[in-house]
Write a protein that binds this ligand. Sequence first.
Ligand code: ADP
Ligand code: MG
Length: 658
Amino acid sequence: MSDIKEVSIKKLKGIGEKTSIPLSRLNINSIYDLLNYYPRDYSTYNPIKEVKDAKDGEKIALYLTIFQSASLIKTSKMNIIKAVGFDNTGKVDITFFRQDYLTRVLKKNTMKVFYGKVTVKGTSVKMDAPEIYDYNDYINLTKNLNPIYSLTKSVTNRALIKYVHEALNEFIPLDETLDENILSKTKLISYNDAIKLIHFPKDYSDVRMARNRLAFEEFLEFFREINEKKKELLDKKSDFSIIETADVTRFIEKLPFELTSGQKSAINDITSDLTSGIVMNRLIQGDVGSGKTLVSLIAILTVASNGLSSALMAPTEVLANQHYKTIEDYNEKYNLGLKIALLTGSVSAKNKREIKEKAANGEYNLIIGTHALIEDDVVIKNLALTVTDEMHRFGVNQREKLSDKGNNIHNLIMSATPIPRSLAQALYANLNVSIIPDKPANRLAIKNAVLLKEDRAKAYSVINKELCLGHQAYVICPMALENEDETSLKDVVTYSKELQEIFGNKYNIQYLHGQLSAKDKDKIMNDFKDGNIDILVSTTVIEVGIDVPNATVIMIENAERFGLSQLHQIRGRVGRGDAQSYCMFINCNPTDESIERLDVVYHSNDGFHIANEDLRLRGPGDVLGVRQSGVMLFKIADIYTDSKMLFLAKQIADEEMN
Ligand code: ADP
Ligand code: MG
C-alpha cells in the first residue's frame, strides 16, 4: 500500500494540473490531504416535490421531463443554455450559464432531477443553474447525510464529493494509524472506517463515531508531543542570571493604579522563575482586559534591566502593532529607556535588514513581531525571554522555534482563553500556570441582553444611541458570504448592506471576514481602531486581543450557533474603556437548550465560570463545527465537544511514558 501522503491528487481521474490549483488553495495536495479535508457540516436533501408545490425562493428538487432539447444562446457576455421541463403538475423554465455541454445532456424527453432555488411569479416557475441528478442518485442522496465542505473559488461541493468518493474507491483500505492495542483498549473504530464515515455518514451517530476516533488521534499526538517536551524542559538550567532590580519596583510604584491581586501574584511567579536559575515555562491565563500586557511588560523590564533582551510574538500584525504602541507608550511615559523594534511582514525590506542587523548586535531590549520573528535569519543577541501572545493561535512548533533562537531561554505565554481547570491541567501539562482571576476594579460590568430576532429593533436602538454618543459598534455574524444552504444565518456582506439602510449614510459601516486578504483585514481593523468606521460587521475572525476602548456595543447574530466560551471571547471586544458597554445576543432559534445556554452568558461575565458551564452543557450530540470553542488549533477536535476523547488520549499518552 502506497503512502497516501506521497500520492498527488492529480492521480485521481478528473484532477489535472489546472483543477489542482484551486485545491491547493485549500491545502489539498495529496490524497491524504483530500481524505482529511473534513466536512464542516452535513445536509440532507429534501424529497422530490411537484411543480405546483414550488414556493418562491425555496430550494427544492423537481423530477422533470425535458420538453425540447436545450438550446444554446450566445450573448456577448456568455453562453446561456435554456430548457423547459415539466411534470404532471406544471412546467419550469430552466436557465444555465456557460455550461454548453448541457445541450448534449438535456435532450428531448430526458428525465432528470433538478435541484436548486425556484423563482415563482404567478404561474411562471423558473430555476437558474440548478444541479442535475439521475433519479436514483438523487434518491440515494435523500437517504444519507451529505457532506458540506468549506469551498473556495472554482471548487464546488459536488466536485469535492466526487473526488473523495474516487479517492476512497481507489485507496481503500487505508492503513491503520493506531496501535492494535490502543484500538482494542479504547474501542474506537478503524482509521479506514472513520475516514469513510466522516465524509459519508448515514446519520449523526456515524459522525460521532468517526469524530471520536479522529479527535482521539489528534489529541494523542498532541499529548505525546507535550510529554516529550516535558521531559526535555523539566528542571533545565538557565544560562542567565537575572536579579530583581529597583527599576521594576519604581515603575510599579509610579503606575496611576494599583495592580490587581491576580497581576501581583502572576508577577511574583514570574520573578521567582526568572531568578531561580531554572528555565521558565509559564502560562499566564487571564480573561480579556485583565491586564496581561502589563504583566508581560514587567517581565520584559526585569530582563532588560539585567542587560538582556526579549522577543514578543503576536499572531497577527494588528496585534503586534497594538503591543508595540502600548509598550512604547509606557516606555515614554515612564522613562523606561527600552529600545524597541517592530518586525512584521509589512516592514520594508530595507528596514527589516537594518532591524535584523541591530538585533544581532544586541541593540534592542525588545523586539515585537509576528511570525517574521521566527525566520531563520533573525538573530537576537542576548535573547533571554520570549513572550508569546494568544498562544493557541500558534502551533507548538512555532513557539518552539522562537525559543530556539537562544539557549535555555525563558518562556512566557499569555492566553486570554479561560478554560476549565481539568482541561487546563491536561493541555498545559508542560507549563506552569498563573491565573489572573480578577479585573481592574474601575471597570464597569458589561450590560447583557438576550433578544429574539423579532426584537432586533431594540438592539438597533441601543446601537444608535451609542453611535450618537460618538462610540463604535460591532455586529457579529456566523457567515462570511451568503449561502443558499443556510438562509437562516446572517452573513456579513448582506447584513452590512441592510444595516447601512437601517442606520443611514451618515455612518460608515464596513465588513470583515476571513476570506479577505491579510492586508485588507489589517486595514479595516486599523480603520476601526482609528475611529474611522462606526459599525464593524464581522465574522469571528475579529481578533481576540484587539483593544478598541471606544467600541461600547456589540450585537451577536445567531448567538445560538456559537460555543459559550466563544461568545464570551467575542463579547470581550467591548467593556474595555471607562464607558458603560452593552452586549446583545440574538437568539434566532429559541429552543429550551439554546435558551439555557444563552442564559449562562447573560447572567455571567466571568470567563472561568462560563468555560465550566460550556463543558457541562455540551452533550454527546454536539458533533458539528458550529460549537467549536476556538481554543487550540486542532483539525477536528474541540476541547469541549470532544473532552471525553481528550482525557482518554491523555491517559493513553501518560501510560506510554511509564
Ligand atoms: P489583556 O491583555 O489582559 O486583555 P490589557 O493588558 O490590554 O489586558 O489591559 C487592558 C487595559 O487595562 C489597559 O488599558 C491597561 O492599561 C489597563 N490596566 C491594566 N492593569 C490595570 C490595573 N491594575 N488597574 C487599572 N487598569 C489596568
Ligand atoms: Mg492582550
